[in-house]
Design a protein around this ligand. Structure first.
Ligand code: ADP
Ligand code: MG
Length: 356
């Protein structure tokens, strides 16, 4: 369905210096594939999607869609825009139009649908994304998650063959990520071809038929979720997919703000979908800070989560200490609450690691 050959994109800065963002991208995308594009930031993922629908015409190379070369001079872009929808990180809804008007605008103007038909289709789509009850409100009154669901419905209203999603959940409050991912999951099952730039590794693994790992302006590694996440060939791919999310608090004195730590843990757990670990994380942190390590300051509290393996841990680190500060009684009590208790010296001090 889409064939990309030797795609490159070079930007010229105002001072004349050149920045080559896409180097030599080659790939074939079949109808019905759901491809997640992952990779460090600044490696050209957004530029790749924008080149693909000619928002950012490539510097060289060819893109064939259904056998037609869309990079050829004079290719009608309105035709491409109808085939290929795009959902942005920042929603890009028309703020002066209601939700319903946002959705029927392009179908009536560009596809020349009658208003009745466009409204009927729009209401179906709004039901599909769980937003039918908000048809007559303006975007300003919606939450980020609701706006993004409307943006997805608006894109679907053009009956595209492909939808490109550029980090559709990264501008959202963590509590709203799930509702948007679940809409995208549902679309993935419907057979629509989709390319999704995302940082949500578990989601990418579950929803995709194929993963592109982009790095340094090329598709560095391409494979099934199993190949990329479990048996990556390149060390850069391996390092990226196994990265660990961290939440860190430095506690210097007893003046610290426990509520801030509590809120931080709460948001971290929502963000990485580990709310089942939240109460234990609070409780352990409270015990460590106010009982077992009450007299030890400074202290670094760290929560870590390896998205792929799913391992979650709380670390409590003290500097300049070579033996464990835990009393035998505390050790016993902790062991009954956690999967594993690790006490280990580090290069700077000593760490107590509790695996939840
Ligand atoms: P990613 O989406 O992977 O984070 P981007 O595609 O947004 O990466 O950007 C890749 C690089 O291209 C960045 O260094 C960015 O600053 C640069 N870039 C993107 N768009 C432009 C532009 N319009 N003009 C100049 N440089 C740009
Ligand atoms: Mg980007």
């Amino acid at each position: 369905m889409i064939r990309i050959r030797h795609l490159s994109k070079t930007f010229q800065d105002p001072d004349g210096s050149l920045l080559t963002v896409l180097k030599d991208v080659n790939c074939d995308i079949q109808k019905g594939e759901v491809i997640s594009i992952i990779g460090p930031s600044g490696t050209g993922k957004s530029t790749f999607l924008r080149a693909l629908n000619m928002l950012e015409p490539p510097t060289s190379g060819e893109i064939l869609v259904d056998g037609e070369n869309i990079t050829a001079p004079g290719y009608p872009l309105h035709k491409l825009r109808q085939k290929m929808g795009m959902v942005f990180q920042s929603f890009n809804l028309f703020e002066h139009m209601t939700v319903l008007e946002n959705i029927i605008y392009a179908p009536t103007e560009l596809l020349h649908l009658s208003r009745e038909q466009a409204v009927a289709e729009a209401m179906e789509l709004l039901k599909k994304v769980g937003m039918a009850q908000k048809a007559d409100v303006y975007p300003a009154s919606l939450s980020g998650g609701q706006k993004q669901r409307v943006a997805i419905a608006r894109s679907l209203a053009m009956h595209p063959q492909v939808i490109l999603f550029d980090e559709p959940t990264s501008a959202l409050d963590p509590t709203m990520v799930g509702e948007v991912l679940s809409v995208i999951r549902q679309l993935a099952k419907s057979g629509l071809t989709m390319l999704i730039v995302t940082h949500e590794m578990r989601f990418a693994r579950d929803v995709s038929s194929r993963i592109f790992f982009m790095n340094e302006g090329v598709i560095y590694e391409d494979g099934t979720p199993e190949q990329i996440f479990e048996h990556p060939v390149h060390s850069a791919t391996k390092a990226f997919v196994n990265r660990i999310q961290k939440l860190v608090y430095e506690i210097d004195s007893d003046e610290f703000d426990y509520l801030q730590i509590h809120t931080g843990i709460n948001r971290f757990c929502i963000k990485y979908n580990i709310t089942d670990k939240q109460d234990l994380a609070y409780s352990l942190t409270k015990q460590m800070l106010f009982e077992y390590m009450r007299d030890i300051r400074p202290l670094t509290v760290r929560m870590t989560h390896a998205e792929l393996s799913g391992e979650t841990a709380m670390d409590y680190m003290v500097e300049n200490m070579t033996a464990s500060p835990l009393a035998e009684e505390a050790r016993k009590k902790l062991k009954t609450q956690v999967a594993e208790l690790i006490e280990e010296p580090t290069t700077r001090g000593f760490r107590i690691k509790l695996i939840l």
